[in-house]
Design a protein around this ligand. Structure first.
Ligand code: AMP
Ligand code: ZN
Length: 116
């Protein structure tokens, strides 16, 4: 846990969130500013700042996140979806705790502004 990290505080329950999924390794909750009818954030329950810091030692969290995404989307009958990871400032990463956006419920285009 990083005491200054927003998502670590959400995982610890210090900041409220609308939880959609939790297991021993993964926590998922609704994005506070959704860009689509379905917009969830999947985060590892350990502080990893960003995709750049994924290693052989912690990559099981990424696998578990994708397993969780498959479970939640099946449970919620989400047939078509997009998974997004922003890494670094220019890519739009605003919270420095690794997270994957699950976005669904609308027709999505492809290209730089496709989700704007
Ligand atoms: P990114 O821009 O990829 O770093 O994504 C960070 C996401 O966190 C944004 O989509 C924000 O809307 C979302 N966010 C920020 N604060 C909260 C919060 N307290 N609860 C839920 N989502 C949040
Ligand atoms: Zn954190």
């Amino acid at each position: 846990m990083d005491k200054d990290c927003l998502f670590c505080k959400i995982i610890a329950g210090e900041i409220p969130s609308a939880k959609v999924y939790e297991d021993d390794a993964v926590f998922a909750f609704k994005d506070i500013s959704p860009i689509a009818p379905v917009h969830y954030l999947f985060v590892p329950k350990t502080h990893i700042c960003c995709a750049k810091k994924i290693t052989a030692e912690n990559s099981q969290y990424v696998a578990k996140i994708f397993e969780a995404i498959a479970k939640v989307s099946e449970q919620e009958n989400i047939d078509s979806y997009r998974v997004i990871n922003n890494c670094g400032e220019d890519a739009g990463q605003s919270v420095m705790h690794l997270h994957f956006h699950l976005v669904a419920g609308k027709k999505m285009g492809w290209g730089e502004q496709s989700l704007g």
